[in-house]
Design a protein around this ligand. Structure first.
Ligand SMILES: Cc1cc2nc3c(=O)[nH]c(=O)nc-3n(C[C@H](O)[C@H](O)[C@H](O)COP(=O)(O)OP(=O)(O)OC[C@H]3O[C@@H](n4cnc5c(N)ncnc54)[C@H](O)[C@@H]3O)c2cc1C
Length: 332
C-alpha cells in the first residue's frame, strides 16, 4: 500500500470536468503535504476525449499523475463497467486514500469499490484532514445534523465522498504524468445495455452554479408564496431552490433541495425566504458569499447566520423587494 491519494475525475454530459473533481484534487494537494512520499493521482474513465486539454486542466489543479482508462465501451457512464474498472485501478495502484464526488455516479462507484475491497467509506463528508499518524479524518454531520463526527477508517484504502462546493479550487500548475491504462473489459460482465440516452434540458440558472439563489422554506410553501419567490428569482435572474420542507410539499424538485440530504451550494448571494435555519439546511449554505433571510419570527436561527435579516411577513416583504429591484432595473 502506498501513501497516495486517488481522486475519481468525473465528466459531465458536455465532457467537461465536474467542479467537484477539481475541488477534490485541490483538497488532495493540501492533504498530501501531511503525508510522506505521497502523490495525488487523478483517475478518469471515458472514451476518445481530448485527453491533452483534460490533462492540462487536471494538472493545473495539481495532480501528480493522471490515469486514463479509455475504451469505446466506456464512452458513456455504465454502472456495470465503470465501478469495476475503477476498482481494478485502485487495486493496482494501492492508494491509501480514495476520494470521489458525492454525485450519483461517484456514490455508485464508491459503494461498489468499498464493498469489493471490503473497506470503509464515509459518505457526504463536509471536511477532510490527516491525523498526526497519517490517517484520513473524514468529517460529516450525524444524528440528523445535531452532531459533527470525525470518522476514521480501520481498513485500507480509506474512502470518502464529498459534495460539490464543500471545498474550493486551488491552482498549482503541475506537469502531471499521464498514464494510459488498457483495461481488459472482456472479462467484466456487462449487465447493462444502453439503448438511448436523453439529457434533461438544463436551465441557465442551475442551482449548483447560479451566482444568486432564491430559496423557499415551509413558510413560503403555498401557491401564493411560490409565485412570489419565483417572481423574485426571475427578477434577479437567479435560480430557485428550497429547504427539505419545500421539497416535501412538492414546490421544488429534489435537485433544488439545499442541505445535508440535498445540495451544498456556494452562490455569491443566498436569499432564504420562510426558512427557519435548521442545522441540516445551514450545512448546505455555509459557503455562500452573503446570506439574506426573510422570516416573520425574529428568533429564527437563520438570522444568526445571515448578513442581512428582514423580520417580516414574506407576503408583504417580497412584493416590496420585487418592486424596488424592478424600479432599479428600469433606471439602469
Ligand atoms: C437526517 C436529516 C436530514 C435533513 N436534510 C435536510 C436538508 O438537506 N435540507 C433541509 O432544508 N432540511 C433538512 N432536514 C430537515 C430540517 O431538520 C428542517 O426540518 C428543515 O430544514 C426545515 O425547513 P424549513 O426551514 O423550510 O421549515 P420550518 O423549520 O418549519 O421553518 C419555516 C419558517 O418559516 C417562517 N415563516 C412562516 N410563515 C412566514 C411568513 N408568512 N413570512 C415569513 N416567514 C414565515 C417561520 O417563522 C419558520 O421560521 C433534514 C432533517 C434530518 C433529520
Amino acid at each position: 500500500m502506498t501513501n497516495d491519494i486517488f481522486v475519481y475525475v468525473e465528466l459531465n454530459k458536455n465532457n467537461n470536468i465536474r467542479p467537484v473533481s477539481l475541488q477534490l484534487i485541490s483538497k488532495a494537494m493540501q492533504l498530501k503535504t501531511k503525508l510522506a512520499d505521497s502523490k495525488v493521482i487523478a483517475c478518469i474513465i471515458s472514451y476518445n476525449q481530448d485527453w491533452e486539454s483534460i490533462s492540462k486542466i487536471i494538472g493545473n489543479y495539481g495532480a501528480d499523475e493522471i490515469i486514463i482508462a479509455d475504451d469505446e465501451k466506456l464512452s458513456l457512464y455504465n454502472n456495470s463497467l465503470y465501478p469495476e474498472v475503477f476498482t481494478r485501478l485502485v487495486k493496482k495502484y494501492e492508494p491509501s486514500i480514495v476520494l470521489l464526488g458525492a454525485t450519483t455516479e461517484g456514490k455508485e462507484i464508491a459503494s461498489y469499490t468499498s464493498t469489493k475491497l471490503e473497506t470503509g467509506l464515509t459518505a457526504d463528508c463536509t471536511g477532510l484532514d490527516i491525523s498526526q499518524d497519517g490517517k484520513l479524518i473524514s468529517t460529516r454531520p450525524t444524528f440528523g445534523g445535531q452532531l459533527i463526527a470525525d470518522i476514521m477508517c480501520r481498513t485500507l484504502p480509506q474512502m470518502a465522498t464529498v459534495q460539490e462546493n464543500v471545498f474550493g479550487f486551488e491552482i498549482k500548475n503541475n506537469n502531471a504524468v499521464i498514464i494510459h491504462e488498457n483495461i481488459d473489459l472482456s472479462n467484466i460482465e456487462n449487465k447493462v445495455e444502453l439503448l438511448s440516452s436523453k439529457y434533461k434540458d438544463s436551465s441557465p440558472s442551475d442551482v449548483g452554479t447560479s451566482k444568486i439563489l432564491v430559496s423557499m422554506g415551509l413558510g413560503a410553501a403555498s401557491e401564493k408564496g411560490y409565485k412570489l419567490v419565483k417572481e423574485l428569482s426571475d427578477t434577479l435572474n437567479a435560480a430557485l431552490s428550497g429547504s427539505r420542507e419545500a421539497y416535501e410539499k412538492g414546490f421544488i424538485t429534489k435537485s433544488q433541495q439545499i442541505g445535508q440530504t440535498g445540495k451544498t451550494v456556494a452562490p455569491r448571494l443566498y436569499i432564504a425566504i420562510g426558512i427557519s435555519g435548521a442545522n441540516q439546511h445551514l450545512t448546505g449554505i455555509k459557503n455562500s458569499g452573503k446570506i439574506i433571510a426573510v422570516n416573520k419570527d425574529k428568533n429564527a436561527p437563520i438570522f444568526q447566520h445571515s448578513d442581512i435579516g428582514i423580520v417580516g411577513d414574506l407576503y408583504e416583504v417580497i412584493p416590496e423587494l420585487i418592486r424596488i429591484i424592478q424600479a432599479d432595473n428600469k433606471e439602469e
